[in-house]
Write a protein that binds this ligand. Structure first.
Ligand code: TXA
Ligand code: MG
Length: 320
């Protein structure tokens, strides 16, 4: 169990002395440390048991601060950052050598974003270095959207948890790359493709589900609860009927044949943003019920944040 509180000054002291602090953002909680200190970044990888080929996002307080660490900002990147920062957008830019190799797993681009959370924004402004922060979960598991999610799994690995309440967006940032002619979305996330295209026109959506994806963290199986989770279409209908031990993660309508107390509804009113904000809590809640042995779920409508939700559902239900 870690110390949990709202004390920005304490968080700052811990970070300045090379420690790790879990920080709230609008997307998910991050496991943060000084991005310019390789030894600290190594500790982040170790705490998460994250493979070293999977680079981290660098968090800054403004677009101006981001510019200190990159060689150039393409026009479209600047347009997106100006419009959506602070917010759930991560952009990949050519890095300067001040960003250590370990942060980017040796890639020549660095992932950067300005998170939209009051406490973390103040913290970032008070520090004279940026924060490297992956989601604060053990590698491969569901991302944390409350301080207590972090404490349950990584409490023993962090020096302090800055509690900023539940994350308002609840799903990780959207990652955009500008390496090819047309900007490319490498991870669907809390900023919808529709919103991005409104500002910079058409983008390519290129999210791999493979063991060697473009965004190295986009492995086929990720965000996975420990309990078996299946898409309802893949279920044998006989198996589903009245089966004990069955739980369900549903969008706005209950499943027939599964007791209501075993079902987690993402949004009673069918609000996609609310559904996104409750997705990881839903997965965790069902995962922690010892009487539930199989979770059944369904894809949501593929619009707005629905695309990112469906991406997480695909990875959570992937078999490898
Ligand atoms: O919302 C978020 O983005 C949260 C909060 C804490 O900011 N962070 C987060 O970090 O989701 P993480 O480490 O769980 O996911 C970062 C993703 C990984 O898939 C990683 O492979 C990708 O970003 N990434 C980082 N640097 C990259 C780079 N230079 N090129 C391609 N992908 C990169
Ligand atoms: Mg993650």
């Amino acid at each position: 169990m870690a110390e949990i509180g709202h004390d920005i000054n304490h968080a700052k002291e811990v970070l300045e002395s090379g420690g790790l602090v879990a920080i709230p953002t609008e997307t998910v909680y991050g496991l943060a440390g000084n991005a310019l200190d390789s030894a600290v970044v190594t500790n982040i990888f170790n705490a998460k048991k994250r493979p070293s080929f999977d680079p981290l996002i660098v968090h800054v307080s403004s677009l101006d601060q981001a510019k200190e660490f990159v060689l150039e900002v393409p026009k479209e990147a600047e347009a997106l950052a100006s419009r959506f920062w602070p917010g759930p957008l991560t952009i990949l830019l050519k890095r300067k050598s001040s960003i250590p190799d370990i942060v980017t797993s040796g890639l020549d681009t660095v992932a950067i974003r300005v998170p939209a959370h009051g406490l973390t924004h103040q913290l970032l402004k008070s520090l004279d270095f940026p924060l490297a922060a992956p989601s604060a979960n053990p590698f491969g598991y569901v991302s944390p959207t409350t301080a207590s999610h972090v404490d349950q799994q990584l409490g023993h690995e962090v020096d302090y948890i800055l509690d900023g309440g539940p994350c308002s967006v609840g799903i990780e940032s959207t990652i955009v790359s500008f390496e090819s002619e047309m900007p490319k979305v490498l991870r669907l996330g809390g900023l919808s493709v529709e919103d991005i295209e409104e500002v910079i026109g058409e983008v390519e959506v290129n999210i791999h589900s493979s063991s060697k994806p473009d965004a190295p963290g986009m492995l086929k199986s990720h965000y996975a609860p420990k309990t078996e989770i299946v898409i309802s279409d893949d279920l044998n209908p006989e198996f589903r009927k009245g089966t004990k031990g069955m739980g369900a993660l549903v969008f706005d309508e209950y499943f027939d044949g599964i007791s209501l107390e075993n079902q987690f509804v993402l949004s009673e009113t069918g609000d996609m943003n609310e559904a996104a904000s409750r997705l990881f809590t839903g997965l965790r809640t069902l995962d922690q019920r010892p009487d539930i042995t199989t979770i059944v779920t369904k894809f949501v409508p593929n619009i707005g944040l629905g695309r990112a939700i469906n991406d997480r559902i695909k990875r959570a239900t992937a078999k490898e």
